[in-house]
Design a protein around this ligand. Structure first.
Ligand code: AMP
Length: 191
């Protein structure tokens, strides 16, 4: 399975990505996690990415695309993968299309988690307390939401037109959302 998990900041992508990836036996590839790992290791990539992350902006496409290309090339991602937080721009969609076409495969589905705006702010503020992420302050959360609306929301239409978009209600208990995603994806796997 080659899957994408989309949704606004705080929709629960990271949490669900781990369950879904395990269910289908593919690695969950989170660009946010890879950037954060680089930030804590103080790599050159981390130093560059941090400037953007702390401001709630997207890391430039060239940097992000190269990182994903390298990750997808690793052996564990050959049978499939679940992308969490990538692609986020139209340029990244194109780049990903090229990467997948090169392997002779295609994208199976794009799951988009839908959550209402009030719930998202609550979740992000709670996450700020639990995880202490530097980009979970109120100003940065607001900026991340704007950037999502401007640059990432248009991707939903792109994948809908391709007929591979699955919208899943991301509201409610985590395990219920997981069950909804599994039910939707099991249909894809059988078709
Ligand atoms: P996330 O953990 O997915 O919310 O990502 C945290 C931050 O990492 C984002 O706010 C961006 O600054 C950066 N980031 C993650 N994925 C991407 C991407 N696909 N393109 C550009 N920046 C990204």
């Amino acid at each position: 399975m080659r899957l994408i998990l989309m949704g606004p900041p705080g929709a629960g992508k990271g949490t669900q990505a781990k369950f879904v990836a395990e269910h289908f036996g593919v690695p969950a590839i989170s660009t946010g996690d890879i950037f954060r790992a680089n930030v804590s290791e103080g790599t050159e990539l981390g130093i560059e990415a941090k400037r953007y992350m702390d401001a709630g902006e997207y890391v430039p496409d060239e940097v992000t695309n190269k990182m994903v290309r390298n990750r997808i090339d690793e052996d564990d991602a050959k049978p499939g993968f679940l992308l969490d937080g990538y692609p986020r721009t139209l340029a990244q969609v194109e780049e990903l299309d090229g990467m997948i076409a090169f392997t002779g495969h295609s994208l199976d589905a794009v799951v988009c988690l839908t959550v209402d705006a009030d719930e998202i702010v609550q979740r992000l503020l709670q996450r700020a307390q639990v995880e202490g992420r530097a980009d979970d302050t109120e100003d940065v959360i607001r900026r991340r939401q704007e950037v999502y609306a401007e640059q990432t929301e248009p991707l939903i239409e792109v994948y809908r037109e391709r007929g591979i978009l699955i919208s899943v209600d991301g509201m409610g208990p985590v395990d219920e959302v997981t069950s909804r995603i599994f039910a939707a994806l099991d249909d894809v796997q059988q078709s």
